[in-house]
Design a protein around this ligand. Sequence first.
Ligand code: DGY
Length: 468
Amino acid sequence: MLSRKQQEETKEVARRVLEDNKYEVSFNEILYRRTVPSKKFYVHQWKWDSATHAMGLIHLDPERAYDELRSLFAGQWENGMIPHMIFNPAETKYFPSADVWGTGHHARGEIITSGITQPPLITKSVLYITEHDSDKERAGRFIDEVLDKLVDDHAYFKKYRDPKDMGLLTIVHPWETGTDNSPRFDDAMERIELADIPDRVKDLNKRRTDIKLGKAAHRPTPQDYYRYLYLVDLFRQWQWNYTTIIEQSPFAMQDVLFNSLWYEANRCMALLCRKKGRTKEAETYEAWADQTKEALLTLWNPEFKQFIDMDVAKGRSVMIRENTNAIFLPLYIPDLPEEILEGLLQKLSDPQEYATSFPVPTTALNSPKFDLMRYWRGPTWPITNLFIIEGLGRQNHPKAKKLQENIVGKTLAVIAEQGFYEYYDPTLQNYQLSNKHKDEKALGFGSFSWTAAIFLYLYHNYIVTGEK
Ligand code: DGY
């Protein structure tokens, strides 16, 4: 547990990280104010990062929280999709750069974006920041300003990503989940033969900057990148036509993490619509949330005692059983059936799986795929902890409450002790004891805005008010 002094000091550092990562950019003669994830590498705007930044910024500077989201909405495509990245043309540090995507025909004037999306956290963010703004009139005006944009975003997901109306969205690139190299994508991605990837695409890999600016051991492998870039190249050839992409992409998954956040987004959307007296629409989003809830429950596998993902590329229907922390995201569904809840709580309490010194690792410790330092294959990330913390709060079970307290306390303590990194060694304690790899507890890029925003969010929701 952090002392009051440590809390205050760390809050101040969080504020400074978000301040240092702020930048302004003009497009179409409008000035946008936004926050980069990290000046060391991630120098553009990312969808789910920014949605989270706003949820921290609301506690520091509400106008900045609103501006952060305004800037994201500015990149929305005509078909309703909010892309996962909006580029800053003044920056060259990050790869893959704007020219790789070839999305120019979708651009709104000068605003150049990627061609895929990311989890629909923005709806939750709009609800959260407007509920936590003490100026209720301003909050109401902001909902009026963006509600129809959210309607278009949800309509895009429903129309293009769930064309058979099953309640489950399909993602077509691991980057869409934000958990790029999670083991749950291995089998599906390995179906793409490296030999089939043209040299021209493989050559793009030479432009990678992440492994020069950061540590290669913390980042996805070259084989991962060949396949990531191959998918981008393919979709580009199909001119980012999402009917074609969904039907023909060699990679397509119904992912539990993404769909749990879709469930949550529809729940939040219904609440936003109700606030504005848009009752009929609220009922639609409630129905979508219910439909997704039922569909997610069918992905529980009683034999494996975990949720599974579905590889649905080109009409396939193949179960993916990887023990990653994505299986905990359906905790967002309140009062899960007893068997499911017991199964998940058991895994979260098991030191062989997820009860590590700094929980919750992205892959179970005893999985053959566990990799201590490599991005989403083992390290603990504050963002997935936030989801699990919130989900545990929806369950009426004493063990859930205890687990939640433990994860909140450790997340805040590790951030305070190790600094504002992307991700952390989940076995921290062991390394401290053995004093081995002592510089490798905090991983990825530092001065990371997401982590600063999450610190503020957890502090305000679980320490200051003690609520949930
Ligand atoms: C990266 O560059 O690591 C991102 O996750 C892709 O969006």
